[in-house]
Each structure stands twice: as C-alpha cells, then as structure tokens.
Design a protein around this ligand. Sequence first.
Ligand code: AVJ
Length: 322
Amino acid sequence: MNEAQALAIKPTGNEFLDDVLEGLRAAPKSLPPKYFYDSVGSQYFDEICNLTDYYPYHTELELLPQVGHEIAQRFHARGLQNLEIVEFGAGSLRKVGILLRALRTVRHFTAIDISQEHLIEACRTLESQYRELTIHPCVHDFTKPLKLSPSDRTRVGFFPGSTIGNLDRDQARTFLRNAGKTLGSASYMIIGVDTQKPEPILHRAYNDGKGVTARFNKNMLVRINRELGGDFTLENFAHHAFYNSELGRIEMHLRSLKEQAVNIDGERFHFGRGESIHTENSYKYRPVDFTQLAKEAGWSTERLWLAPEDLFSISLLKYCGE
Ligand code: AVJ
C-alpha cells in the first residue's frame, strides 16, 4: 500500500475545534460521533465489538459468510470478475476478510476511514494475510463526497456494522447518493443495517455491563481535553444511552451531573445539572423502510438477508442512479 497516498488526503485545518465549538454553542448541545474515533476510541470500539451485549457486531459477522457466498454465486452467474471492494468507515477491517474469501476474484481493496493510524495499522495486517491483494488506504470522512481514480473494475461498496445508523434519514440518503457517484454506474453495495427490535435488547447493547460503551462515549471529552486544551472534569459527566422509540433510534448523551462550566480555546461553556451533550444517534430500520430509503437514493435492493430473530440485516444493492 502507499502510505504517502493516505497521508496526502488527510484533512487540514482544525475542523475538530470548529465542530466542537459549534456543537457546544448550540442548544441542545451536541458533538459529531465521528470524533469518537481517534486511536484510543477505535480501540474502545473494538472492545465494544467483543462484548456479547453488543449484538450488532457478532450477529453481522455470523451472517456474512452466507451473504458472501450467495453474492459470489450471483456475480459469477453474471460473469463479473474484475472486482474492487471499497469499504466506508473501515475501522479495524475485521469483516472484509469474509468477503475476500467468498469473492475470490477481488484483487483491489480501498479502505476509507477517518482514523489514520488505525487505518494504516489495519491495512498492514490485512496486507500480510492477502498477499495478492492491492490495498488502497484512504484517510477520509466518508460523510463527505469522494472521488476515486477512474478504473474499469466493478466497484462493490461495503458498509457494514450499521454505521449508516449514525446518520439521520436525510443524511443517509445523501450518503448513499454520494456513494453511488463515488463507486460508479455499474456498482454494487453490501450494507449492514441494524433492525428495530424489543427495547431491552437495544438498551443492553448500549449500556453494557462492563462500562466499555461509557468509556467510549467519554473518550470524546478526553480527546477535547488533550487535543484542544479543554478542561472537562470527566467525573462530572455520565454516560446516558436510551432508545427513542418515536424516532427509532438509540441516543447517546453525556450528561452533566452538576452545574458547571468548561473552558475550551478561551471560550466558556455552561452546563446546567442534568443538561446533556448529544454525542450519537444510532438509527434502527425496518427492512422495508431501509429498502425504500435506498431506492430514493438511487439503489435497488437485489436481496436482503436477515439474521436469526431478525436481529440484523444485510442488503445487496445495485446502483441505478444517473
Ligand atoms: C459504529 C455507529 C454502528 O451505533 O452501534 C457502539 C457505534 N456506539 N456503541 C453503533 C456505537 C455505541 C456503532 N456504530
């Protein structure tokens, strides 16, 4: 892989500071979830994935071999051979191996992630396991449009883990539309989407018994303190996650346990007791609703797989946009 290439796409300017100030000036206060993922946060997320309470990870992982196998058969039947997988929000790359083993004709893999060191590390590991694969790491915020170099390969987007759940419905449509433009006219997308289900299962997944999710959430404040010179007192904030059934989403917040002020970059932010910073949404979709949303964004659903007890879904989409 080409590290210089990855470095070249690294965002410049202090977008983190701008976004933090904007989010904390607003009412209600919020911070974008993409800032969970520095190296430490990406490690916390991996830890979350190892928890039995966090069902989306292992449920999708168990469904993927069958999905990969069936997609391989489809692609074979269509004579599709020259394939490239493009993973959005690639993280630790713990899932793409399953697809690579099923789709044996893939020779190129582009991994897009916001967390540079974590991405390079993950690509190195993958490279040592798949010698015949050309890996293209790309440090990029996948919520922003991206232009890949032209190619004659059939591009297959891979967006696992229900990461799309972080986006609201409008943002999700925009993402899918942009992804279609990035991947090109004859492209496909394999996307993992979490489903709506009884509240206790959802609640447990975001309030795990070991407190890993709480640490993951609070890491946002740790980052602000370290990278932006903030003075958050961590003990004064509590992890708060609940299912908002009306909007069909898990919400994560950091709740102020007392009245207090916090300084960042010479600006002072006041917190009332019980006031919270909204750090993440995680939308859950009924399969029909997701299929409809994808259609509105230019993607037709070729097939949708459901995990046992409908705990998670994976769709194969085909681009039919312009
Ligand atoms: C990576 C965005 C899919 O929303 O479930 C895990 C992140 N947050 N535990 C999710 C997360 C709290 C995760 N996504």
